[in-house]
Design a protein around this ligand. Sequence first.
Ligand code: AP5
Ligand code: MG
Length: 203
Amino acid sequence: MLNLVIFGAPGSGKGTQSERLISKYGLHHISTGEVLRKHIAEKTELGKIADTYISKGQLIPDDLMVRVLEHVLDSEPELVKKGVIFDGFPRTIEQAKALKKMLESRNTKIHAVIGLEVDDDELVRRMLNRGKETGRADDNIDTIKNRLEVYHTQTSPLREYYQGEGKYHSIDGSGDINGIFERIHKSLTERVPELTEYNPDND
Ligand code: AP5
Ligand code: MG
């Protein structure tokens, strides 16, 4: 079993690199942003609440977000058995502590945190492009600015938190997508012993 967190600013490539990690290591993907966007599309109660925060580029409150993740883990217990890549969670120290507890109570833990480092100008370019191509509602310049501000103030302290746990892999997230994945794979192979023992079919 192998659990990874993919961490980084909005637009840093968490979703893009998750796809590579999933096909390489056979992990399940939990993107809290995607979970919330699905609720918004289906106009559920949670979706209505989430929309008010996402459209402003603010974080959904920790207690609600933790309950959402707990629900995802409980509704699909096989996810945790095989291993998960957490994309977009945790985003605050409080969420990181809650995730630790959630995994401990399921007899597992986070093995590594992949931190994608990309400068703000490049992030803005990527998100504006995607906004034009896909129409994702929070990819407009005002919301992007708020998302980046929220990242720098509320989320980036997690870097130190996971460095303190010896789990943080700092990865240059700029340039060619395949090249970035190679850097991730190399760093994990060198520093995560569970990776070499890991076989998704046996676990
Ligand atoms: P979420 O969906 O997690 O969005 P985000 O963090 O803003 O990140 P993105 O999905 O925009 O970017 P990404 O890092 O996945 O990059 P991607 O691969 O798509 O969260 C949305 C909102 O939900 C939050 O703002 C918050 O309100 C709420 N929320 C979610 N989780 C929460 C939580 N835990 N607590 C509280 N609130 C929460 O790439 C971006 C673009 O760049 C794509 O178009 C891609 O094709 C392109 N690209 C990728 N890599 C490269 C490359 N190397 N070169 C050029 N282009 C590239
Ligand atoms: Mg994403």
